[in-house]
Design a protein around this ligand. Structure first.
Ligand code: FAD
Ligand code: UDP
Length: 381
């Protein structure tokens, strides 16, 4: 008998497994349908011996000292600040997020102060009464030309939707700057796990109270692994048998390549905003990992409607459907829903860890330790 069955060995599941096993001393079984731990952050050596991320580039960044300190128990870090260039149709590379260099290079200008760049943005900006959509965010700040150059095509490819059909939160992830800062993120902590994400997950899950079973789907074992309580980190609609219909998730196909040259591109990621190519970005891992190797490995990301669920799709009708599932989840005794898929939130890794730690605090306040629990969790049907 396990005290807990945790479905999913990504950040949400692994963080909770470690806390429950270490602090509460309870027995935890972690299952994942994939053949590895780490969820979407999983990394591995490819055939050439280069460390790559199977599910696309993962760069750790956070403003939360608590999250950073928590994860620091399980890894050493390598300082890394991510930089992204956008490739124009003519091959020109310019910094993304849009900054002073971007504006000057694209327009043959030599603006030198933030005031001049802000004046340039203001002159282009379109008045928008209420900023609701991902289009509104950008055109109200920098105008239609920069919007079309950098956001419209990229977003249409990434989401299969026009930015006018997506919540403002999506393009709000990417700032616009009047200075020369060319970092993708400005968080106080920007690091990569020194030995990779998978090594960090293995350390998190290496505890006598934790049993890990990979290549194990919940549906196949729900009746054969006895447990009292559960943490669910898979898609919330799947848990409830798609009772209210499918929640839309966006997928990706990854094309991994190894090139017989030391470097492929000047920075970790090059974005391709134009619709003349079907992929959105190309990432080169050696920039992220610091690995020295005569060859280099890269990944192309091709957005897709079908496939593994990677992104919840932020728009009002999806939020309304999720609310129905959330109400069911809240009413489901002894099952805790945590993570990007289970709470249908476009969360970064650090936000998932913060959510898992907050869930653990709630568990601690609501469930007495070592009470053994009363309920054998029966799966929802
Ligand atoms: P997941 O990592 O998805 O883990 C859930 C696990 O549950 C999966 O392994 C799945 O196999 C398993 N599972 C689901 N259903 C079942 C079932 N029925 N039975 C058994 N197992 C099941 N975040 C950043 O902070 N920085 C980045 O640079 C970044 N880049 C990203 C790039 C891409 C392409 C993507 C898709 C995401 C990126 N993210 C990034 C987000 C990051 O991947 C997530 O925030 C994080 O991995 C979510 O963790 P999770 O545990 O909630 O979910
Ligand atoms: N985006 C864009 N052009 C870019 C970069 C981002 O249009 O060059 C938009 C796009 O809609 C994307 C969103 O901003 O999905 C968020 O970008 P981010 O890089 O945060 O995406 P993620 O890393 O989560 O895939």
């Amino acid at each position: 008998m396990f005290d807990w069955l945790i479905v999913g060995a990504g950040f949400a599941g692994a963080t909770l497994a470690e806390r429950i096993a270490t602090v509460r001393g309870e027995k935890v079984c972690v299952i994942d349908r994939r053949d590895h731990v780490g969820g979407n952050a999983y990394d591995e050596l490819d055939a050439a011996g280069l460390l790559i991320h199977r599910y696309g580039p993962h760069i750790f960044h956070t403003n939360s000292a608590a999250v950073f300190e928590h994860l620091s128990q399980f890894t050493r870090w390598r300082a890394y600040e991510h930089r992204v260039l956008a490739r124009m149709a003519d091959g020109m590379l310019v910094p993304m997020p849009i900054n002073r260099t971007t504006v000057n290079r694209l327009n043959g200008l030599s603006l030198t102060s933030e005031e001049e760049v802000e004046a340039f943005f203001s002159a282009q900006a379109e008045p928008v009464e209420e900023i609701r959509t991902s289009e509104d965010v950008v055109v109200s700040r920098v105008g239609r030309k920069l919007y079309e150059t950098f956001f419209r095509g990229y977003t249409r490819k990434q989401w299969g939707l026009d930015p006018s059909e997506l919540d403002r939160s999506v393009t709000s992830r990417v700032p616009t700057r009047a200075d020369n800062d060319d970092r993708y993120f400005t968080d106080t902590h920007q690091f990569m796990p020194a030995d990779g994400y998978t090594a960090m997950f293995r350390k998190m899950l290496d505890h006598p109270n934790i049993t890990v079973m990979t290549s194990t789907d919940y549906a196949a074992v729900k009746d054969s692994i006895p447990h009292r309580r559960m943490v669910w980190t898979g898609p919330v609609d799947e848990f409830f048998g798609f009772r209210f219909g499918k929640l839309p998730y966006r997928s990706l196909t990854f094309r991994h390549e190894t090139h017989d040259q030391e470097w492929f591109q000047p920075v970790g990621t090059v974005n391709y905003p134009g619709e003349e190519v079907p992929f959105t970005r190309v990432s080169e891992y050696k920039h992220l990992t610091g690995q020295a190797h005569p060859k280099t490995s890269i990944t192309y990301e091709f957005p897709a409607a079908e496939g593994d669920p990677y992104y919840p799709v932020p728009r009002p009708e999806n939020a309304a459907l999720y609310k129905q599932y959330e109400a069911l989840a809240d009413a489901t005794q002894d099952v805790w829903f945590v993570g990007r898929l289970a709470t249908y939130r476009y969360y970064n890794m650090d936000q998932v860890v913060a959510q898992a730690l907050a869930t653990f605090r709630r568990i601690e306040t609501t469930l007495p330790r070592g009470d053994g629990g009363q309920n054998l969790v029966a799966a929802a049907d």
